[in-house]
Design a protein. Structure first.
Length: 221
């Protein structure tokens, strides 16, 4: 499984053999629609037209199958997001934020199956897999922050700040605000994952409102 090939998410996948890819495709659909607990490896085997033993040959256990699918789906989406993340030299800092967040929305629209699986898993993790999923989320979040920082905060280095403001303090403030917006969206849609998947533009409208207040303040000038 070290070689990458065209796979179930539509971009690149770790799954190289035809039967292995079919198992992954069926399992992704089953886990997304039924959840971890209610997904049966017997059903996966039947729908993939393989023996149950072959599933365990490739993936060893239902738990490892789920976690490998989640890691793969997350890697696919992060890679896709990185491809789209090309800084606009004419854009200011706030326009760059909108571009970055807009790319996230676009990824959700272009990769709905992988996105739905990933969001459902991270927002509603199975109890028996919470520790592993939280570790994976922390790892991938750091990865996303690393390249997003390069795209976003280099603009802030050149932005004309109000006299007397410390640039490092402003950077910390912006991070806290963006983290708060992300946490707000997560909490808001924690039990409405499908709505988020089907209508991500609603989230973007609200994010635009927050960014407008951040950029222009809330007082009438």
């Amino acid at each position: 499984m070290a070689i990458y090939a065209q796979g179930y998410c539509g971009v690149m996948s770790k799954f190289t053999e035809e039967k292995e890819m079919k198992i992954a495709e069926v399992a992704l659909q089953e886990f997304t629609t039924k959840g971890y607990k209610n997904t049966s490896t017997n059903v996966i085997a039947e729908k993939a037209n393989v023996s149950k033993g072959l599933i365990f040959h490739y993936f060893h256990s239902k738990k490892k199958l789920f976690l490998l699918l989640l890691e793969d789906a997350t890697d696919e989406l992060v890679a896709h997001l990185k491809k789209q993340e090309q800084a606009d030299e004419q854009a200011d800092f706030f326009e760059e934020i909108r571009i970055f967040l807009g790319n996230k929305i676009r990824v959700a629209l272009e990769k709905p199956d992988a996105y739905a699986f990933m969001m459902t898993s991270f927002l509603q993790p199975p109890i028996e897999l919470q520790h592993e999923i939280h570790q994976l989320l922390a790892q991938k979040s750091s990865e996303i922050e690393s390249f997003s920082d390069q795209a976003l905060f280099r603009k802030l280095e050149k932005a004309p700040l109000r006299e007397g403001l410390d640039r490092e303090v402003v950077t910390t403030y912006i991070r806290l605000v963006l983290d708060s917006i992300s946490n707000h969206v997560i909490q808001l849609y924690q039990n409405r994952v499908q709505e988020l998947v089907e209508s991500p533009e609603k989230v973007m409208d609200e994010v635009d409102t927050f960014l407008d207040m951040l950029q222009n303040g809330i007082y009438t000038k």
